[in-house]
Design a protein. Structure first.
Length: 228
């Protein structure tokens, strides 16, 4: 049966000579896998751009319960990006966010609230001209609410990851983390680069405790370099 839904591209792999298998987080059906034939052929050379990470799509898809790989009937870009594919730092953040979502999103059922959060977060990053250095940390903190393990305050997170020693550095990090928890994206908090990198590591360790198989991120070294 055909259904309309919005979707967010996570990644794809090549399949045979001209096809791809793509993972898309959809508004109606959660995480889904689709096969798209002929997308890498010379006749469809521009279509592959629709399957770049975090692309926001309008879809008409075939769907059946307990299906494995579905097919797409119609596809178009919902909102073309203005800066995300063209600015080096934003592209690095986008790859990091994509990897986090690939490891975190498991459910094959619709979650409109989570979808709307992801949709709006991606648009914010694309549209924000500056002061988005804290976005990766804030994104992780906000996403954890929808995944069901959000910390209420820094002390809770620090205790769970084992950072309970009261040193000057951890006091500063706890204060900064409390400042970011619950803060909107556009409420910028100026932080030293070293503190920002430490907070990112803390929050990722927190994810490792709560998300199965949330192992090392390949995009992390590049992101940390960008966060200076």
């Amino acid at each position: 049966m055909l259904h309309k839904t919005r979707g967010i591209v996570l990644n794809y792999i090549r399949y045979r000579e001209t096809s791809i298998i793509v993972k898309i987080y959809t508004e109606e059906f959660g995480l889904q896998t689709y096969i798209e034939n002929g997308v890498r052929s010379s006749r469809s050379r521009n279509k592959i751009a629709l399957f770049q990470p975090l692309t926001l799509l309008d879809l008409v898809v075939y769907h059946r319960d307990n299906g494995s790989i579905m097919r797409i009937s119609e596809i178009k870009c919902n909102t073309p990006f203005q800066t995300l594919p063209y600015q080096f730092v934003k592209t690095g953040i986008a790859l990091f966010i994509t990897e986090v979502l690939t490891k975190s999103l498991k459910e094959e059922s619709g979650n409109p609230d989570m979808f709307w959060f992801l949709f709006q977060s991606i648009l914010f990053l694309d549209n924000q001209p500056e002061a988005y250095e804290n976005f990766p940390i804030q994104f992780l903190l906000k996403l954890s609410r929808y995944l069901g393990f959000a910390p209420q305050q820094a002390r809770e997170l620090m205790e769970q990851i084992g950072e309970v020693r009261l040193t000057e550095s951890t006091e500063a990090e706890s204060e900064a983390l409390n400042g970011l928890i619950g803060r909107d994206y556009d409420q910028y908090l100026r932080l030293p680069g070293a503190v920002r990198r430490s907070l990112l590591e803390h929050v990722l360790r927190f994810y490792q405790l709560h998300v199965e198989n949330f192992n090392e991120l390949r995009s992390l070294p590049v992101l940390k370099e960008m966060m200076n």
